[in-house]
Write a protein that binds this ligand. Structure first.
Ligand SMILES: C[S@@+](CC[C@H](N)C(=O)[O-])C[C@H]1O[C@@H](n2cnc3c(N)ncnc32)[C@H](O)[C@@H]1O
Length: 236
């Protein structure tokens, strides 16, 4: 049975932003926070020192991406891990149709039990973004999200084939965002993406705001040899 470590409570200074982002779904977010702090840490999905920072670093930081997503979008969250950013997005935006994609069996199992416990209409799929079966089953998303999964060029090579033409990849990045964009612009274009744009979201709700790299899928054909070579050459 799950023990509530007392970490599921919203820190006082974040109560306003949490209420604004999650509205009447806050009880579900508290439950998710408690699961992350308990079995999420026990399964190694988040680090033991993350327990006290779940609301700031994980829940709110991810949920503010919702402002970039159009109503009723089909969202594919690749490399979802503990459900980040997919589960906070589902809790912030019940209109979204969300699929969490994760290759590791133990993580998939944890995600399935968490989604069931939170009673969320989310699909959890096991696989790697670049696999043919994943492309067959999940291509055509309006939005593909990812946080901490791969450097920008490699991520674009995985995410853009899963995005419909005109749809977007939203990559949650840290301080390296602008540098990654400069470095990987050509490779991203080679995968059929637009020029990447760096935006900040949630600036009135979280401090610091969340940095997201946006790439639109503009071309039908993706995966040029040059782009593949560029992305294979990346170390991070
Ligand atoms: C550092 S974790 C980040 C998890 C989560 N997105 C977060 O922000 O906490 C990276 C995740 O990407 C997954 N992953 C790695 N390669 C992948 C691939 N080719 N396709 C899909 N997921 C992948 C890993 O299994 C892992 O769960």
């Amino acid at each position: 049975m799950m023990t509530d470590l007392g970490l599921s409570d919203v820190p006082a200074e974040l109560a306003g932003p949490a209420a604004e982002l999650f509205g009447d779904r806050l009880a579900g977010v508290r439950r998710y926070a408690a699961l992350l702090a308990d079995t999420g840490v026990a399964h190694g999905l988040i680090g033991p020192s993350e327990g006290g920072r779940i609301w700031q670093r994980h829940l709110l930081n991810c949920a503010v991406m919702a402002e970039l997503i159009e109503p009723d979008a089909r969202v594919l969250d690749i490399g979802s891990g503990a459900g980040l950013p997919g589960i906070p997005l589902a809790l912030a935006r019940p209109d979204l149709e969300i699929v969490l994609l994760e290759p590791m069996a133990r993580r998939v199992e944890w995600l399935r039990s968490t989604v069931a416990e939170l009673d969320l209409p989310i699909t959890v799929a096991r696989g790697r973004a670049e696999e043919r079966t994943v492309q067959r089953d999940w291509a055509g998303a309006d939005v593909v999200t990812a946080r901490a999964v791969a450097p920008l060029a490699r991520l674009a090579g995985w995410a853009l084939p899963l995005t419909r033409i005109g749809g977007r990849m939203l990559a949650l990045k840290g301080a390296s965002a602008a540098e990654e964009v400069d470095r990987d612009r050509a490779a991203v274009r080679g995968f059929g993406g637009s020029a990447p744009r760096v935006v900040q979201c949630g600036s009135t709700l979280v401090d610091p705001p969340t940095t997201v790299v946006i790439v639109e899928r503009t071309a039908a054909k993706v995966g040029s040899r040059a782009a593949s070579a560029a992305s294979r050459g990346r170390k991070r």
